[in-house]
Ligand binder design. Structure first.
Ligand SMILES: Cc1cc2nc3c(=O)[nH]c(=O)nc-3n(C[C@H](O)[C@H](O)[C@H](O)COP(=O)(O)O)c2cc1C
Length: 363
């Protein structure tokens, strides 16, 4: 049996397979980060600067990885982060992702920059679904999208707050990344090819035209008036902003640096997580994403106070390698790694995971 015939056994192997199968510019769009990609690589390393303190003879027996987040039941504490344009990975795009999430029992956060419509996604699978929002200058657009999402059974909104404009992603500039024919952000207004800053690549120009750079905290009240569904802010990295989020009454924050794609040099999420958890002080749930590639990374995140994690690229690698089956298998691998690590560290349930499970790595 050749290496191509056997199923990948971890996320890194799915990445290698995705790289071999994808158009190189599309792979770079998925894989890349801003600037020197320091934050991109530090996100991964920062989880590994923690070691586990396993307990023995804990009578583990059966392990339950199930947990609840904002009223959504998760079979294991990994949510699929909003990522753009799944049709770059496979033709079914976000519909395949939705089926994979439904099969494993987790939440699918659909991006505003999805390449399949909310209605198609909702028709392809049951299961909890949240919608991520980028807010264009024209508020009517967001209002209409919220109404559509509610009609499609979306159960929470995730406002991304780290993107007043797109990060400077040098791989995309070098490749002059263009969307292939037939792959479009179906919820964004159509692009005027003549508009925007010609010094930017095609995709960044398009994205910037659709983002409101002047967004401030008043958007939270605006969204609260538009919908009764839970509201999550994604992209918080400091205690100061976590306190403001709590004061503005949001239901959860995601400690995130957009997978290293926005401002290079910002703090890795594993490092930012403890101060955000302390500032939230049980007033709101704290999620985290960025660089999570192993079940053990998830245990570290939960030990540091996260309610659950999100993964972005791992699911894209699964989709690109093998469509719905690949995305499903990536999620199953993470689930099995979490279950295994819990058993070997003496934890029967997610509630038993606390700060005593970790210590900083000293090498
Ligand atoms: C290709 C790609 C597209 C993304 N698109 C979005 C998006 O549309 N909206 C958003 O809020 N975050 C977006 N993100 C950021 C992810 O939600 C998430 O924060 C990040 O991928 C987590 O890091 P990880 O990829 O290391 O797991 C994107 C990330 C990637 C890799």
């Amino acid at each position: 049996m050749g290496a191509e015939d056997r199923l990948p056994v971890n996320v890194a192997e799915y990445e290698a397979r995705a790289r071999a199968r994808m158009d190189p510019a599309s792979f770079d769009y998925y894989a890349g980060g801003a600037g020197d990609e320091r934050t991109l690589s530090e996100n991964v390393l920062a989880w590994r600067r923690w070691n586990l303190r396993p307990r023995v003879l804990a009578g583990v027996g059966a392990v339950s990885t199930a947990t609840d987040v904002l009223g959504s039941r998760l079979a294991f504490p990994v949510i699929v982060a909003p990522t753009a344009l799944h049709r770059l990975a496979c033709d079914d795009g976000e519909c395949a992702t939705a089926r994979a999430c439904s099969a494993v029992g987790t939440v699918h956060v659909v991006s505003t920059v999805a390449s399949r419509t909310l209605e198609d996604i909702a028709a392809s699978a049951d299961g909890p679904r949240w919608l991520q929002l980028y807010v264009p200058r024209e508020r009517e657009h967001t209002r209409a999208l919220i109404r559509r999402a509610e009609a499609c059974g979306v159960s929470a909104f995730v406002l991304t707050v780290d993107t007043p404009r797109l990060g400077r992603r040098e791989r995309d500039l070098r490749n002059d990344f263009q969307l292939p024919a037939g792959v479009e952000p179906v919820h964004f207004p159509p692009l005027d090819p003549a508009a925007g800053d010609p010094a930017l690549g095609h995709f960044a120009r398009y994205a910037n035209l659709n983002l409101d750079p002047a967004l401030d905290w008043s958007i939270v009240a605006w969204l609260r008036a538009e919908t009764r569904l839970p509201l999550v802010l994604k992209g918080v990295l400091t205690a100061e902003d976590a306190r403001l989020a709590a004061e503005h009454g949001v239901d959860a924050v995601v400690v995130s640096n957009h997978g290293g794609r926005q401002l290079d040099g910002v703090v890795p999420t594993a490092v930012a997580l403890p101060e955000v958890v302390a500032a939230a002080s049980d007033r709101m749930a704290v999620l985290v994403d960025g660089g999570i590639r192993r079940g053990v990374d998830v245990l570290v995140a939960l030990a540091l106070g996260a309610t659950a994690v999100m993964v972005g690229r791992p699911v894209l690698w699964g989709l690109a390698a093998d469509g719905e089956q690949g995305a499903r298998r990536v999620l199953e691998l993470l689930r099995d790694e979490i279950e295994h690590a819990m058993a070997l560290s003496g934890k029967r349930s997610i509630a038993e995971i606390g700060l005593d499970l970790v210590q900083p790595a000293r090498v």
